[in-house]
Design a protein around this ligand. Structure first.
Ligand code: ZN
Length: 349
């Protein structure tokens, strides 16, 4: 009995040691099978890039303020080791410039990150007609996307920078003013791509109006679904599903459209319905927040690190299928016939 008792005690002690050992070993053995990357994007630092741009004042195309802001973006990127070039073009007699940042050695496949750095010349959403010709400061609509790109330029791991190209578009936001078009800079950038360069772009991510204090980004309707799925999944994993809403959003004419038209998977991260400050004199830094910039910046950072680490050799983001007109006809035509017959029948009665 005594021996038995001793055996029971020994076996219980062994079991406890075994369980404790498993508890200790389990986390260590599980770690290598998880994606372990903690984003470094800092919202406060990004916010300082936003206020720096606003300090130049409103920045419409062709203005001295925009030239100064361009130099600021150039210097900030060069300080972080990026190679920066200016893509000059003229639109309606105004000298415009896209800013392009690449890592000194570029990979055969890249992701393009985009944001417009110009601001709207007129606050035409103001209620007072006298205010509607005053220029917008563009803390959210202009500076926020640029701020996030500059912070990414600072924190992205050097190992993945050769797979990134950052483009700061000019002349996005003057549509309907003096017969200007929208998205002029991005249209020019895509027009200038050689076919081999176009084929090297795996994905395009556009950041536009991502700084509002109450930031809400639904799934913009024209964006590539497969690309959107991945970003929204990461957002949920990082706890930012309060910003990245898993709901359908509107279709927006924005700088991602020329990329989509060229067959490049593209996504527009944009606040819709547009915040109340949109194209008003209230688009100022006090209506923006570091937390909003950080939520978007960290999701994009994680996405880029994961994409570059993945071993997928083929296009990871299939483009959306074109609208199936045959399917529409097979469904819509019989419905239309039934509706007409029903209408005639009820009219006769
Ligand atoms: Zn705008």
């Amino acid at each position: 009995m005594c021996l038995n008792n001793n055996q029971t005690v020994v076996s219980k002690v062994r079991t406890v040691i075994l369980i404790l050992s498993l508890m200790l070993i389990a986390p260590i053995t599980l770690v290598p099978f998880q994606v372990t990357y903690s984003p470094l994007f800092d919202g406060d630092n990004a916010f300082s890039y936003l206020t720096d741009q606003c300090d130049f004042g409103p920045r419409p195309p062709g203005s001295e303020n925009l030239s100064e802001c361009r130099e600021y973006i150039f210097n900030t990127l060069v300080q972080e080791g990026w190679t920066v070039s200016f893509q000059n073009f003229t639109y309606r007699s105004v000298d415009c410039v896209n800013i392009i940042a690449t890592w000194p050695v570029q990979n055969s496949t890249i992701t393009v990150l985009g944001a417009h750095y110009d601001t709207r010349p007129h606050a035409d959403q103001e209620s007072d007609p006298e205010d509607r010709t005053r220029p917008v400061l563009g803390a959210n609509d202009g500076a926020s996307g640029v701020a996030a790109l500059l912070e990414l330029a600072r924190v992205l791991p050097e190992a993945i920078r050769s797979s990134i190209e950052m483009v700061f578009f000019d002349a996005e936001d003057s549509g309907y003013i003096d017969d200007w078009d929208w998205i002029v800079g991005s249209t020019h950038y895509v027009d200038q791509l050689t076919s081999s360069k176009r084929e090297s772009i795996t994905a395009m991510i556009l950041l536009d109006m991502i700084g509002d204090v109450n930031l809400r980004i639904p799934r913009e309707a024209s964006s590539t679904d497969s690309l959107q799925d991945r970003l929204w999944s990461i957002a949920a994993d990082l706890g930012h599903d309060d910003v990245f809403l898993d709901t359908p959003g509107s279709s927006i004419l924005d700088d991602h459209r020329p990329f989509l038209a060229a067959g490049i998977p593209a996504v527009d991260l944009i606040h819709t319905p547009f915040p109340w400050t949109w194209h008003t004199l209230q688009d100022t830094p006090d209506n923006c927040s570091p937390e909003s910039l950080e939520a978007v910046g960290r999701v994009v950072e994680y996405f880029l690190v994961e994409l570059t680490a993945s071993t997928v050799s083929t296009t990871p983001f299939p483009t959306d299928p074109p609208i199936d007109f045959a399917l529409i006809i097979t469904i819509a035509l019989p419905l239309a016939i039934v509706a007409i017959v029903a209408l005639v029948f009820f009219k006769r009665r």
